[in-house]
Design a protein. Structure first.
Length: 245
C-alpha cells in the first residue's frame, strides 16, 4: 500500500510543480480567457490569467520540465508495478483455482495497460501527441478491462464473507473508474472551457480511484508465498511442453 501512496504523492507533487511553474492553472480555477497578455505572476504563485492551454489535464501537468521528468518516472515505475501486480495476481488465481480464460485475459490486459503507461509517460502530449494518444488509447481501456476482470475473479475465488466484501468494494471502485473515464472523454471532446476543466477533474479522480483499486490487492498479497509464483510458472511450463508435443 505504501507504494501506491508514494505514486499518488508523486502525482500530486507533479501537479503542484506544474502550477507553480505556470505551466497549468490550479484545479480550483474555473475562469478562462480566449487569450492572455504576458503576465508578471510572482514566482511560486499560480497564474492569474488562464487559457484553454492551461487546463490542468494529467498530460498537461507533465509536458514541460521539470515536471515532465517526474511524469516519465511515474509512468515507468507505475508500469513496472502494474506488471508485478498482474503476475502476482495471475499466479495467485492459479494457486486458488484451476487455470481459466478470465485469468489469462486479466494478465494480458494488465500488461497492455503497462505498455500504454510507458508510452504516455515518455511521449509528452505537447511534443509527441500521436504516440501519447496511442499510449492513452491502450492504457485506459486496458486498465478498465483489467479491474473489471479482477472484480469477476475476486468473486470466483471468494470463500469468506470478507472476501465477498472486498469484491463488492472493487466493483464500486471499478464502476467509479468507468464513470469518470467516460465522463472525461465526453467532456474532453468539447471546446467549452468549463467542460474541459471538468474533464481534467474526472481524469484526476479516475487516477485516484485506480490507485485505490490496486491498493486493495494488499488484502490478498499478504498470503503470497514462493509456492504462489511456482504455481504460475509450473502451469506455464506445462503449457509450453504441451505445445511442443
Amino acid at each position: 500500500m505504501r507504494t501506491y501512496n508514494t505514486v499518488l504523492f508523486c502525482c500530486v507533487l507533479r501537479y503542484a510543480m506544474a502550477v507553480m511553474n505556470h505551466h497549468v492553472c490550479p484545479v480550483e480555477n474555473w475562469s478562462y480567457n480566449v487569450t492572455c497578455t504576458d503576465e508578471t505572476a510572482k514566482p511560486g504563485f499560480p497564474k492569474t490569467c488562464c487559457t484553454i492551454q492551461d487546463i490542468p489535464l494529467i498530460s498537461k501537468c507533465g509536458s514541460f520540465p521539470p515536471e515532465s521528468c517526474l511524469f516519465s518516472l511515474i509512468g515507468n515505475v507505475g508500469a513496472f508495478m502494474v506488471v508485478l501486480v498482474c503476475l502476482l495476481r495471475y499466479a495467485q488465481i492459479i494457486e486458488h483455482r484451476n487455470h481459466c480464460w478470465l485469468n489469462t485475459s486479466g494478465l494480458v490486459s494488465g500488461c497492455t495497460n503497462a505498455l500504454g503507461l510507458v508510452m504516455v509517460g515518455n511521449f509528452q502530449v505537447d511534443h509527441a501527441k500521436t504516440l501519447h494518444y496511442v499510449g492513452a488509447g491502450a492504457a485506459f481501456p486496458a486498465g478498465i478491462l483489467f479491474v473489471s476482470l479482477q472484480c469477476l475473479l475476486t468473486y470466483r475465488v471468494a470463500v469468506t464473507a470478507l472476501d465477498y466484501w472486498m469484491a463488492h468494494v472493487r466493483v464500486a471502485l471499478a464502476t467509479g473508474a468507468l464513470i469518470t473515464l467516460v465522463l472525461s472523454g465526453i467532456f474532453f471532446i468539447h471546446e467549452s472551457f468549463v467542460l474541459q476543466h471538468a474533464a481534467a477533474i474526472c481524469e484526476w479522480v479516475f487516477t485516484v480511484v485506480i490507485l485505490v483499486f490496486y491498493g486493495t490487492f494488499t488484502y490478498e498479497f499478504g498470503t503470497v508465498t514462493t509456492e504462489t509464483m511456482l504455481a504460475g510458472l509450473h502451469l506455464e511450463s506445462r503449457q509450453v511442453n504441451r505445445v511442443k508435443v
